[in-house]
Design a binder for this molecule. Structure first.
Ligand code: PHE
Length: 457
């Protein structure tokens, strides 16, 4: 697009579907169900809702505001915004470059999990899951991880698809994929919830997620809820800023952001209403863990009617959700290179391959480097490369990014400029949001950051 007009989505709906596609991903299904399970359900839900509304939503809107004013890839948008606002000593582009780096790091571990989802979908499709006894599922998982080959193969396939879609221009790539895959995703989710209601224990699942009589809340749970809110809304690395830059002036960004939040939350809750009824119907005592989706769930499908078909639909759904997020991730480094005069195709290939190269560290973390803890000397005694990247991004990089963007919008840009960009009619709504951006987000994010530093849970 260098030299030409900066691309724009064709409509409000297109923007909402693409942004929801970026937000809805592995974090909603794999991440949300795992952390909700681990943290005891209803109490976590409450903290998570608060974090979404008070932190992630205001920060999400801050990114859109910078994108709308800056109208370029994150580093250049930040530069434009800084110029327009009279500048300050620090070059704001560093947050944009940080976002480019964060996008590559997220992609590097994202493709490992997404690749596994695709591999499971393929196994379910070709072999059925008839033979998936609990032991068979465990050995499937072990075989997948025993050598780097399956991880590199499926991760490569996943990033390959991401590169192809990203290389198309913004309308044909990002926009069309969002428009097609998001409705399909919702259809599959409803189908699966219906299936879970028929075959599983929906009452127990609802009680687990929503019963206020059994609230467990701790500072650890609140921290985890905030980290999850950041990651799930894709806030803090410039991806949303870029979508804001592609968003037309006529789109009401506050309304659009609320729609994205609703869809993102809906997918997480629906994923919970698929997984927990099945868990409670078969074995309520399942120990929580990151294997919930890849080990526990497939084991449970085996005993259920049409379990083979359900497994295919479920893993397809997970792969689709991951693809719409990964193209939004790759779009950030790609837009940056485009701003520097690269063609979209070349930028997509180079950045995609770079992320693939980085993913080797995450793939190796499950086999060759299983017992390699690079930062053991600094107290991270059981974190593999995969864990270090994942936790580093969630606990440190995204919060710093979110904090920086909120501070820029809340404290550095003139209030009038922000007000015009966000275009909210009601003074009260604007005032509440502005307060959240100026005070709540920075304070809450600092709390997450301090927590990560002192090594709380
Ligand atoms: N929000 C995505 C998910 O929940 C992950 C993501 C993070 C995507 C940051 C883009 C940017 O899976």
């Amino acid at each position: 697009m260098s030299g030409g007009a900066f691309p724009q989505f064709t409509s409000r709906l297109a923007f909402i579907l693409v942004a929801a596609g970026a937000a809805v991903g592995l974090g909603n299904v794999w991440g949300f169900t795992y952390v909700a399970h681990k943290n005891g359900g209803a109490g976590f839900m409450l903290a998570y809702l608060a974090a979404l509304l008070l932190i992630a939503l205001p920060a999400f809107l801050s990114e859109l505001v910078i994108g709308r004013i800056g109208r370029a890839s994150p580093p250049r948008a930040l530069h434009n915004v800084q110029q327009a606002s009279g500048g300050s000593a620090l070059d704001w582009r560093i947050y944009g470059w940080g976002g480019v780096g964060a996008a590559l790091l997220i992609l590097s571990f994202y493709m490992v999990i997404a690749g596994e989802a695709m591999a499971y979908g393929w196994t379910a499709l070709t072999g059925g899951i008839k033979g998936w006894t609990p032991d068979a599922v465990k050995s499937l998982d072990q075989a997948y991880k025993a050598t780097p080959v399956p991880g590199l193969f499926w991760g490569g396939l996943f990033i390959g698809v991401t590169i192809v879609i990203c290389a198309l221009d913004v309308r044909r790539g990002l926009e069309r994929t969002g428009k097609i895959l998001m409705p399909v995703l919702f259809a599959m989710l409803f189908l699966m919830v219906f299936y879970a209601a028929q075959t599983g224990d929906m009452v127990a699942a609802l009680a687990f997620l929503f019963d206020p009589s059994d609230l467990k809340l701790s500072s650890g749970i609140m921290m985890e809820a905030m980290g999850q809110a950041f990651f799930t809304m894709s806030v803090g690395m410039g991806g949303i800023m870029l979508l804001g830059a592609y968003m037309g002036e006529e789109v009401n960004m506050a309304q659009a952001a609320i729609w994205v939040l609703i869809m993102d939350l809906a997918v997480a809750v629906l994923a919970g209403l698929i997984i927990f009824p099945i868990v409670y119907a078969v074995d309520a005592a399942v120990t929580p863990g990151p294997g919930l989706v890849f080990i526990t769930l497939p084991t449970l499908f085996v005993d259920l009617p049409f379990g083979g078909l359900a497994a295919v639909v479920f893993f397809l759904l997970l792969s689709f959700a991951a693809i719409t997020s990964s193209i939004a991730l790759l779009a950030v480094p790609v837009a940056w290179l485009e701003d520097r005069g690269w063609s979209r195709l070349r930028a997509s290939m180079v950045m995609g391959l770079l992320a693939y190269g980085l993913s080797v560290g995450s793939v190796f973390s499950f086999n060759v480097w299983k017992d390699f803890y690079p930062l053991a000397a600094f107290g991270f005694t059981s974190e593999t490369v995969f864990e270090l990247i994942r936790e580093g991004v969630n606990n440190i990089i995204l919060p710093i990014g979110g904090l920086a963007f909120a501070v820029i919008v809340g404290w550095k840009l003139p209030r009038g400029q922000v007000r015009t960009a966000i275009d909210v009619r009601s003074d009260t709504v604007f005032g509440l949001w502005y307060f959240a951006v100026r005070f709540i987000v920075p304070l809450a994010v600092s709390a997450i950051f301090v927590n990560a530093l002192v090594g709380g849970d």
